[in-house]
Design a protein around this ligand. Structure first.
Ligand code: SAM
Length: 357
């Protein structure tokens, strides 16, 4: 998968200063132990107290590690679905402001003009200590170009009670901490677009499926990942997830080494919704990287109704094979003729073309 790197050059200085850390301290025991405790709770299905960010050591470990590695997940979605038009934005369960910063950093790289006269950006977060850190980060970010005039603020509240009218809703790893019915509360914000990420496990995926159906019921269309709104072919006994590379930032890599996390892949579920558009015929989402088997390349594709494993020869040169093998995971392809021909091997007459976001 491509390296999605929109971290500004000052990223480590900005973050470490707000956390009152100096370079190298990220691998000290008092920084890592709270991270390991959080990992154990999430990995083993244990529960954390609702206000786990009230513990400053936990908030610091999360901000260093998870905040940093969650950012590329939003960049992944934006790079596949496109940047929604300008408008007011709310981040639900914003923690230290993860997705707010990821959004601003992506704009700085791909649409810097959008940072001037930008509509307000608001984070809603229930833990006061996380709100205070996010406010500190916002204040400090205004010292760096091109972020001098950003209108960013954070509110301490339960997002499900907050409501409001926003053009864009962001949510990162928050639905998993709320009751199933929280997906319905997304509608109280009346967004035109929603971008959500959840952990890349089955419980995270099921929350995403609930959010998808709740937003489609309000007239939204799905911009990522499902090419059609139908019964998800993975819902019965599987789950739809993607990966980002968590080894981009050196201090995160050092922390991962200490944590024994030697695999650079970090899994997540993602969803982008927006104004409904007619479904594009013969669209297929690339769900997995190319698996090389002998002379073949194998990957899962999904058209929203079926998710077959598709095989092509890696030796045979044709534009169909090239596009299929070269497509980024998460890309959208147009493949004709339709699904029957796609099951198993691509046929000689099959056309494969990339579809722009
Ligand atoms: C796992 S953290 C994710 C933080 C950030 N969104 C990210 O992706 O890195 C979940 C955050 O959601 C907050 N949260 C959970 N339920 C909430 C609610 N009902 N209202 C406001 N914040 C909530 C938690 O306090 C925590 O900060």
């Amino acid at each position: 998968m491509p390296i999605l790197d929109c971290y500004p050059k000052f990223y480590q200085d900005w973050l470490f200063t707000a956390l009152e850390l100096t370079a190298g301290e990220e691998t000290k025991a008092d920084v890592l132990e709270p991270l390991f405790a959080m990992n154990r709770a999430w990995r083993d299905g244990g529960t954390l107290p609702a206000d786990y960010f009230a513990e400053l050591a936990t908030l610091r470990a999360y901000s260093l590690y998870y905040m940093t590695i969650n950012m590329p997940k939003l960049w992944f979605l934006l790079s596949r679905a496109g940047i929604p038009p300008a408008g007011t934005l709310v981040d639900l369960g914003s923690g230290p402001g993860t997705l707010v910063w990821a959004w601003l950093f992506y704009l700085a790289k791909y649409a810097p003009e959008r940072l001037q006269n930008m509509p307000p950006v608001i984070g809603i977060e229930r833990t006061a200590e996380a709100v205070a850190l996010a406010e500190r980060l916002a204040e400090s970010l205004r010292n760096y170009a091109p972020f001098e005039s950003i209108d960013v603020s954070f509110r301490c509240a339960d997002w499900q009670q907050a409501g409001g009218q926003y053009d864009l809703v962001l949510g990162g790893n928050v639905l998993m901490e709320c009751a199933d019915s929280a997906t319905d509360a997304l509608r109280d914000f009346g967004p035109t677009h929603a971008l959500l990420i959840e952990p890349g496990n089955r419980p995270g995926f099921l929350r995403m499926l609930g959010a998808r159906d709740a937003l489609v019921a309000t007239g939204h269309g799905i911009q990522f990942p499902c090419p059609a709104h139908a019964v998800c072919p993975l819902a019965a006994d599987n789950w739809c997830n993607f990966t980002v590379n968590r080894a981009i930032v050196p201090f995160v890599q050092r922390m991962s080494n200490q944590a024994g996390r030697l695999n650079h892949r970090h899994h997540f579920s993602g969803l982008v919704t927006g104004p409904a558009a007619p479904e594009t015929a013969a669209s297929w989402r690339v769900l997995s990287d190319v698996r090389k088997v002998h002379r073949s390349g194998v990957r899962y594709l999904c058209n929203g109704r079926v998710a077959p494993e598709v095989v092509v020869s890696r030796r045979k040169k044709s534009s169909a094979n090239e596009f299929f093998l070269r497509a980024e995971t998460g890309a959208l392809l147009r493949i004709q003729p339709g699904p029957d021909a796609v099951r198993g091997k691509l046929q000689a007459a099959t056309r494969v073309e990339p579809l722009d976001a």
